[in-house]
Design a protein around this ligand. Structure first.
Ligand code: FES
Ligand SMILES: [Fe+2]
Length: 381
Protein backbone atom coordinates (compact mmCIF):
# COMPACT_ATOMS: atom_id res chain seq x y z
CA UNK A 1 0.00 0.00 0.00
CA UNK A 2 1.11 3.54 -0.64
CA UNK A 3 1.56 5.83 2.36
CA UNK A 4 -0.57 8.59 0.80
CA UNK A 5 -3.98 7.94 -0.71
CA UNK A 6 -4.36 11.36 -2.36
CA UNK A 7 -2.66 13.61 -4.88
CA UNK A 8 0.53 15.41 -3.80
CA UNK A 9 2.02 18.78 -4.66
CA UNK A 10 4.95 19.07 -7.02
CA UNK A 11 7.19 20.99 -4.64
CA UNK A 12 10.15 21.94 -6.82
CA UNK A 13 9.86 24.62 -9.47
CA UNK A 14 11.31 24.45 -12.99
CA UNK A 15 14.21 26.76 -12.04
CA UNK A 16 15.34 24.18 -9.49
CA UNK A 17 16.25 21.95 -12.44
CA UNK A 18 18.37 24.36 -14.47
CA UNK A 19 19.90 27.36 -12.70
CA UNK A 20 23.54 27.80 -11.74
CA UNK A 21 22.47 29.12 -8.33
CA UNK A 22 20.52 25.94 -7.54
CA UNK A 23 23.40 23.78 -8.82
CA UNK A 24 25.92 25.58 -6.58
CA UNK A 25 23.63 25.30 -3.55
CA UNK A 26 23.16 21.57 -4.12
CA UNK A 27 26.89 20.91 -4.51
CA UNK A 28 27.66 22.77 -1.33
CA UNK A 29 24.82 21.60 0.89
CA UNK A 30 23.68 18.22 -0.48
CA UNK A 31 26.66 16.63 -2.23
CA UNK A 32 29.80 17.73 -0.40
CA UNK A 33 28.56 16.45 3.00
CA UNK A 34 27.41 13.08 1.54
CA UNK A 35 29.12 9.73 1.01
CA UNK A 36 29.54 8.80 -2.65
CA UNK A 37 29.96 5.40 -4.19
CA UNK A 38 33.06 5.53 -6.41
CA UNK A 39 34.10 1.99 -7.31
CA UNK A 40 33.91 -1.67 -6.43
CA UNK A 41 36.94 -3.18 -4.67
CA UNK A 42 37.33 -5.61 -7.56
CA UNK A 43 38.06 -2.67 -9.91
CA UNK A 44 41.37 -2.14 -8.13
CA UNK A 45 42.12 -5.50 -6.62
CA UNK A 46 45.94 -5.47 -6.86
CA UNK A 47 48.36 -3.63 -4.58
CA UNK A 48 49.19 -0.37 -6.42
CA UNK A 49 46.09 -0.37 -8.64
CA UNK A 50 44.41 3.01 -8.94
CA UNK A 51 41.61 4.80 -10.72
CA UNK A 52 40.77 8.46 -11.15
CA UNK A 53 37.53 10.34 -11.55
CA UNK A 54 36.08 13.82 -11.37
CA UNK A 55 33.63 14.35 -8.53
CA UNK A 56 31.79 17.68 -8.36
CA UNK A 57 34.63 19.49 -10.10
CA UNK A 58 37.32 17.86 -7.96
CA UNK A 59 39.80 15.42 -9.49
CA UNK A 60 40.12 12.32 -7.32
CA UNK A 61 42.53 9.41 -7.22
CA UNK A 62 41.55 6.17 -5.48
CA UNK A 63 44.36 3.75 -4.74
CA UNK A 64 44.82 0.26 -3.35
CA UNK A 65 47.82 0.38 -1.08
CA UNK A 66 48.46 -3.10 0.28
CA UNK A 67 44.72 -3.77 0.64
CA UNK A 68 43.95 -0.33 2.12
CA UNK A 69 41.85 1.88 -0.11
CA UNK A 70 42.95 5.52 -0.05
CA UNK A 71 41.55 8.58 -1.81
CA UNK A 72 43.57 11.69 -2.63
CA UNK A 73 42.89 14.82 -4.57
CA UNK A 74 44.60 14.11 -7.91
CA UNK A 75 46.64 17.34 -7.70
CA UNK A 76 50.33 17.49 -6.91
CA UNK A 77 51.50 19.76 -4.09
CA UNK A 78 54.61 20.77 -6.10
CA UNK A 79 53.25 22.74 -9.07
CA UNK A 80 49.61 21.65 -9.19
CA UNK A 81 49.86 19.11 -12.02
CA UNK A 82 47.40 16.21 -12.07
CA UNK A 83 49.34 13.33 -10.52
CA UNK A 84 48.14 11.20 -13.43
CA UNK A 85 45.84 11.58 -16.44
CA UNK A 86 45.14 7.84 -16.65
CA UNK A 87 41.57 6.73 -15.91
CA UNK A 88 42.99 3.62 -14.24
CA UNK A 89 46.33 1.88 -13.92
CA UNK A 90 48.98 0.41 -11.66
CA UNK A 91 51.82 2.21 -9.87
CA UNK A 92 53.97 0.57 -7.17
CA UNK A 93 54.40 4.07 -5.63
CA UNK A 94 52.07 7.05 -5.81
CA UNK A 95 54.16 9.26 -8.07
CA UNK A 96 53.48 12.54 -9.88
CA UNK A 97 53.85 12.31 -13.64
CA UNK A 98 55.57 15.74 -14.00
CA UNK A 99 58.74 15.83 -11.82
CA UNK A 100 58.42 12.47 -10.11
CA UNK A 101 57.58 13.47 -6.55
CA UNK A 102 56.51 10.39 -4.59
CA UNK A 103 53.95 10.26 -1.78
CA UNK A 104 53.27 7.80 1.03
CA UNK A 105 49.94 6.38 2.25
CA UNK A 106 49.29 9.48 4.34
CA UNK A 107 49.84 11.76 1.34
CA UNK A 108 53.20 12.94 2.75
CA UNK A 109 56.10 13.38 0.38
CA UNK A 110 58.40 10.36 0.24
CA UNK A 111 61.12 10.56 -2.42
CA UNK A 112 61.75 13.91 -4.10
CA UNK A 113 64.33 14.26 -6.89
CA UNK A 114 67.05 16.74 -5.87
CA UNK A 115 65.34 17.45 -2.55
CA UNK A 116 68.05 19.90 -1.47
CA UNK A 117 66.58 22.50 -3.87
CA UNK A 118 63.56 22.74 -1.58
CA UNK A 119 65.31 23.72 1.67
CA UNK A 120 63.95 24.76 4.11
CA UNK A 121 61.27 22.12 3.72
CA UNK A 122 57.62 23.25 4.14
CA UNK A 123 56.15 20.03 5.54
CA UNK A 124 52.63 21.45 6.08
CA UNK A 125 52.10 22.49 2.49
CA UNK A 126 53.65 19.51 0.75
CA UNK A 127 51.07 16.92 1.70
CA UNK A 128 48.40 15.72 -0.72
CA UNK A 129 44.80 16.45 0.20
CA UNK A 130 43.11 13.21 1.19
CA UNK A 131 39.50 12.08 1.64
CA UNK A 132 37.75 9.50 3.80
CA UNK A 133 37.13 6.09 2.21
CA UNK A 134 34.88 3.41 3.74
CA UNK A 135 33.50 0.14 2.39
CA UNK A 136 30.17 -1.62 2.48
CA UNK A 137 30.67 -5.14 1.11
CA UNK A 138 32.55 -4.71 -2.16
CA UNK A 139 31.41 -1.09 -2.58
CA UNK A 140 33.82 1.75 -1.85
CA UNK A 141 32.50 5.14 -0.84
CA UNK A 142 34.31 8.46 -0.47
CA UNK A 143 33.39 11.50 1.59
CA UNK A 144 34.91 14.97 1.31
CA UNK A 145 33.56 16.25 4.62
CA UNK A 146 35.23 15.30 7.90
CA UNK A 147 32.09 15.99 9.97
CA UNK A 148 29.80 13.55 8.10
CA UNK A 149 28.89 10.46 10.19
CA UNK A 150 30.53 7.12 9.29
CA UNK A 151 29.26 5.22 6.24
CA UNK A 152 27.46 2.60 8.37
CA UNK A 153 25.32 5.32 9.91
CA UNK A 154 24.81 7.14 6.64
CA UNK A 155 23.52 3.97 4.90
CA UNK A 156 21.39 3.00 7.89
CA UNK A 157 18.97 1.14 8.02
CA UNK A 158 20.24 -0.48 4.80
CA UNK A 159 23.92 -1.03 5.62
CA UNK A 160 23.69 -4.77 6.39
CA UNK A 161 21.30 -5.40 3.50
CA UNK A 162 23.70 -3.61 1.13
CA UNK A 163 26.69 -5.46 2.54
CA UNK A 164 24.98 -8.81 1.80
CA UNK A 165 23.89 -7.73 -1.69
CA UNK A 166 27.30 -6.57 -2.91
CA UNK A 167 29.82 -9.10 -1.61
CA UNK A 168 31.63 -12.27 -2.62
CA UNK A 169 31.17 -15.19 -2.83
CA UNK A 170 27.43 -14.90 -3.45
CA UNK A 171 27.73 -11.82 -5.67
CA UNK A 172 30.26 -10.83 -8.26
CA UNK A 173 30.68 -7.51 -10.06
CA UNK A 174 30.17 -8.26 -13.73
CA UNK A 175 29.63 -4.99 -15.53
CA UNK A 176 30.52 -1.30 -15.35
CA UNK A 177 28.30 1.18 -17.15
CA UNK A 178 28.77 4.96 -17.18
CA UNK A 179 26.97 7.46 -19.38
CA UNK A 180 26.18 11.18 -19.64
CA UNK A 181 22.66 12.60 -19.88
CA UNK A 182 21.38 15.95 -21.07
CA UNK A 183 19.31 16.65 -18.00
CA UNK A 184 19.54 17.87 -14.45
CA UNK A 185 20.55 15.04 -12.07
CA UNK A 186 17.13 15.06 -10.36
CA UNK A 187 15.38 14.03 -13.60
CA UNK A 188 16.81 10.47 -13.71
CA UNK A 189 16.64 10.19 -9.92
CA UNK A 190 12.91 10.96 -9.96
CA UNK A 191 12.45 8.50 -12.82
CA UNK A 192 13.88 5.68 -10.77
CA UNK A 193 11.63 6.52 -7.80
CA UNK A 194 8.33 5.68 -9.48
CA UNK A 195 6.74 2.71 -11.21
CA UNK A 196 4.06 4.88 -12.84
CA UNK A 197 5.89 5.12 -16.19
CA UNK A 198 6.60 1.44 -16.70
CA UNK A 199 3.59 0.47 -18.83
CA UNK A 200 3.97 3.51 -21.14
CA UNK A 201 7.77 3.46 -21.45
CA UNK A 202 8.71 -0.18 -20.86
CA UNK A 203 5.67 -1.88 -22.41
CA UNK A 204 7.76 -4.70 -23.82
CA UNK A 205 9.16 -5.64 -20.45
CA UNK A 206 6.28 -4.87 -18.08
CA UNK A 207 3.22 -5.31 -20.34
CA UNK A 208 -0.04 -3.42 -19.70
CA UNK A 209 -0.36 -3.84 -15.96
CA UNK A 210 1.21 -1.50 -13.43
CA UNK A 211 2.78 -3.36 -10.49
CA UNK A 212 -0.07 -3.97 -8.01
CA UNK A 213 -0.23 -1.51 -5.11
CA UNK A 214 -0.93 -4.35 -2.67
CA UNK A 215 2.50 -5.85 -3.45
CA UNK A 216 4.35 -2.57 -2.88
CA UNK A 217 5.56 -1.00 0.35
CA UNK A 218 7.03 2.50 0.26
CA UNK A 219 9.38 3.68 2.99
CA UNK A 220 9.46 7.47 3.28
CA UNK A 221 12.08 9.19 5.41
CA UNK A 222 13.91 12.51 5.19
CA UNK A 223 17.28 10.69 4.66
CA UNK A 224 16.04 8.01 2.25
CA UNK A 225 13.09 6.38 0.55
CA UNK A 226 12.61 2.71 -0.26
CA UNK A 227 10.44 0.28 -2.13
CA UNK A 228 9.89 -3.35 -1.10
CA UNK A 229 8.10 -5.17 -3.88
CA UNK A 230 6.86 -8.74 -3.51
CA UNK A 231 8.12 -10.19 -6.75
CA UNK A 232 5.73 -12.92 -7.84
CA UNK A 233 5.73 -12.98 -11.64
CA UNK A 234 6.76 -16.13 -13.51
CA UNK A 235 10.11 -14.54 -14.39
CA UNK A 236 10.81 -13.55 -10.78
CA UNK A 237 9.93 -17.02 -9.48
CA UNK A 238 12.34 -18.46 -12.03
CA UNK A 239 15.08 -16.08 -10.81
CA UNK A 240 14.45 -17.17 -7.23
CA UNK A 241 14.70 -20.87 -8.15
CA UNK A 242 17.92 -20.19 -9.99
CA UNK A 243 19.43 -18.46 -6.98
CA UNK A 244 18.44 -21.42 -4.81
CA UNK A 245 20.05 -23.88 -7.24
CA UNK A 246 23.27 -21.84 -7.13
CA UNK A 247 23.31 -22.10 -3.35
CA UNK A 248 21.61 -18.84 -2.32
CA UNK A 249 18.49 -18.13 -0.31
CA UNK A 250 15.65 -16.81 -2.49
CA UNK A 251 13.98 -13.64 -1.22
CA UNK A 252 11.19 -13.15 -3.83
CA UNK A 253 11.70 -9.43 -3.39
CA UNK A 254 12.71 -6.44 -5.47
CA UNK A 255 14.29 -3.89 -3.14
CA UNK A 256 14.95 -0.34 -4.27
CA UNK A 257 16.70 2.13 -1.95
CA UNK A 258 17.41 5.79 -2.55
CA UNK A 259 19.81 7.30 -0.03
CA UNK A 260 19.50 11.06 -0.40
CA UNK A 261 20.75 12.79 -2.37
CA UNK A 262 22.14 10.57 -5.14
CA UNK A 263 22.78 6.92 -4.26
CA UNK A 264 20.43 4.21 -5.52
CA UNK A 265 20.78 0.54 -4.55
CA UNK A 266 18.70 -2.16 -6.21
CA UNK A 267 18.62 -5.85 -5.31
CA UNK A 268 16.77 -8.84 -6.68
CA UNK A 269 17.37 -12.59 -6.52
CA UNK A 270 19.78 -12.65 -9.47
CA UNK A 271 21.04 -9.13 -10.14
CA UNK A 272 21.94 -6.19 -7.92
CA UNK A 273 23.19 -2.79 -8.95
CA UNK A 274 24.31 0.51 -7.51
CA UNK A 275 23.65 3.81 -9.27
CA UNK A 276 25.37 7.09 -8.58
CA UNK A 277 24.16 10.34 -10.14
CA UNK A 278 26.94 12.91 -10.42
CA UNK A 279 25.85 16.37 -11.60
CA UNK A 280 28.36 17.76 -14.11
CA UNK A 281 26.54 21.09 -14.71
CA UNK A 282 23.06 22.48 -13.90
CA UNK A 283 21.65 20.58 -16.88
CA UNK A 284 23.90 17.53 -17.31
CA UNK A 285 24.56 14.45 -15.22
CA UNK A 286 26.93 11.50 -15.34
CA UNK A 287 25.33 8.23 -14.29
CA UNK A 288 27.68 5.60 -12.87
CA UNK A 289 26.41 2.07 -12.53
CA UNK A 290 27.94 -1.18 -11.29
CA UNK A 291 26.14 -4.49 -11.82
CA UNK A 292 26.56 -7.51 -9.57
CA UNK A 293 25.31 -10.94 -10.62
CA UNK A 294 24.52 -13.89 -8.41
CA UNK A 295 27.36 -16.39 -8.47
CA UNK A 296 26.37 -18.53 -5.53
CA UNK A 297 28.40 -21.22 -3.82
CA UNK A 298 27.83 -24.11 -6.22
CA UNK A 299 30.92 -24.73 -8.35
CA UNK A 300 31.63 -26.65 -11.55
CA UNK A 301 31.23 -26.00 -15.27
CA UNK A 302 27.43 -26.34 -15.26
CA UNK A 303 27.02 -23.89 -12.37
CA UNK A 304 29.38 -21.43 -14.11
CA UNK A 305 27.48 -21.73 -17.38
CA UNK A 306 24.06 -21.28 -15.80
CA UNK A 307 25.20 -18.31 -13.71
CA UNK A 308 26.71 -16.76 -16.85
CA UNK A 309 23.58 -17.31 -18.98
CA UNK A 310 21.33 -15.91 -16.24
CA UNK A 311 23.60 -12.89 -15.94
CA UNK A 312 23.64 -12.26 -19.71
CA UNK A 313 19.86 -12.37 -19.83
CA UNK A 314 19.39 -10.12 -16.78
CA UNK A 315 21.96 -7.62 -18.09
CA UNK A 316 20.31 -7.40 -21.53
CA UNK A 317 16.87 -6.78 -19.98
CA UNK A 318 18.15 -4.26 -17.43
CA UNK A 319 20.08 -2.28 -20.06
CA UNK A 320 17.07 -2.31 -22.39
CA UNK A 321 14.90 -0.77 -19.65
CA UNK A 322 17.60 1.78 -18.73
CA UNK A 323 18.08 2.77 -22.38
CA UNK A 324 14.35 3.38 -22.72
CA UNK A 325 14.51 5.63 -19.66
CA UNK A 326 17.56 7.44 -20.99
CA UNK A 327 15.70 8.79 -24.00
CA UNK A 328 13.07 10.47 -21.85
CA UNK A 329 15.47 12.48 -19.65
CA UNK A 330 16.38 15.10 -22.29
CA UNK A 331 12.71 15.45 -23.26
CA UNK A 332 11.63 16.06 -19.69
CA UNK A 333 14.47 18.55 -19.20
CA UNK A 334 13.41 20.54 -22.30
CA UNK A 335 9.84 20.67 -20.97
CA UNK A 336 10.91 21.57 -17.45
CA UNK A 337 12.93 24.58 -18.60
CA UNK A 338 9.91 26.06 -20.41
CA UNK A 339 6.99 24.84 -18.31
CA UNK A 340 4.38 27.16 -16.81
CA UNK A 341 2.44 24.29 -15.20
CA UNK A 342 2.60 23.75 -11.45
CA UNK A 343 3.07 19.98 -11.99
CA UNK A 344 1.46 17.28 -9.88
CA UNK A 345 2.55 14.07 -8.14
CA UNK A 346 0.32 11.00 -7.76
CA UNK A 347 0.34 8.70 -4.74
CA UNK A 348 2.20 6.02 -6.74
CA UNK A 349 4.93 8.68 -7.16
CA UNK A 350 5.05 9.59 -3.46
CA UNK A 351 8.77 8.79 -3.15
CA UNK A 352 9.39 11.75 -5.49
CA UNK A 353 7.40 13.95 -3.13
CA UNK A 354 9.56 12.78 -0.21
CA UNK A 355 12.73 13.44 -2.26
CA UNK A 356 11.57 16.94 -3.22
CA UNK A 357 10.61 17.67 0.38
CA UNK A 358 14.10 16.63 1.51
CA UNK A 359 15.66 19.05 -1.01
CA UNK A 360 13.34 21.91 -0.05
CA UNK A 361 14.06 21.42 3.66
CA UNK A 362 17.81 20.88 3.25
CA UNK A 363 18.22 24.01 1.11
CA UNK A 364 15.58 26.14 2.87
CA UNK A 365 13.62 26.66 -0.36
CA UNK A 366 10.12 28.12 -0.55
CA UNK A 367 7.54 25.65 -1.92
CA UNK A 368 5.86 26.34 -5.25
CA UNK A 369 2.41 27.95 -5.03
CA UNK A 370 -0.39 25.51 -4.24
CA UNK A 371 -2.88 25.68 -7.14
CA UNK A 372 -5.57 24.06 -4.97
CA UNK A 373 -5.21 26.76 -2.35
CA UNK A 374 -5.22 30.27 -3.86
CA UNK A 375 -4.82 31.92 -0.45
CA UNK A 376 -1.55 30.07 0.09
CA UNK A 377 -0.59 30.95 -3.47
CA UNK A 378 -1.03 34.67 -2.71
CA UNK A 379 1.09 34.39 0.41
CA UNK A 380 3.88 32.64 -1.46
CA UNK A 381 3.84 34.99 -4.42
S1 FES B 1 54.05 19.03 -10.36
FE1 FES B 1 54.15 17.09 -9.40
S2 FES B 1 56.25 16.71 -9.14
FE2 FES B 1 56.15 18.64 -10.05
FE1 LIG C 1 12.14 3.16 -16.16
Amino acid sequence: MFVHQHVLRYLLRPEHYCTQRQHDLELEQLFLPAWHFIAAKSELSGDGDFLTLELFGRPLLLRNSGGRFLAFENICSHRHCLLTDAAAGHQPKLRCQYHGWEFDDDGRTAKIPEAKCFRPWDRDNSRLNSFRVEACGDLLFVCMDSSTPPLREWLSPFFEETERAFAAPMWKMTHVWEYDCESNWKVPVENTLESYHVTALHQKFFGDQLPAEKNMTHLLHHRYTGLNFDANSRMEKLQARLKQWLGGKPEFQYLHRHIHPNTVLVSTDTINYVLMYVPTSPTTVRIRMRFFAVRGTRRGPLASLIAWLAWRFAKAKTLQVHNEDLDIYASQQKGLERSRHPGVIGSREERIYAFQKYIMDALGLTPSPDPANPAAQRVVS
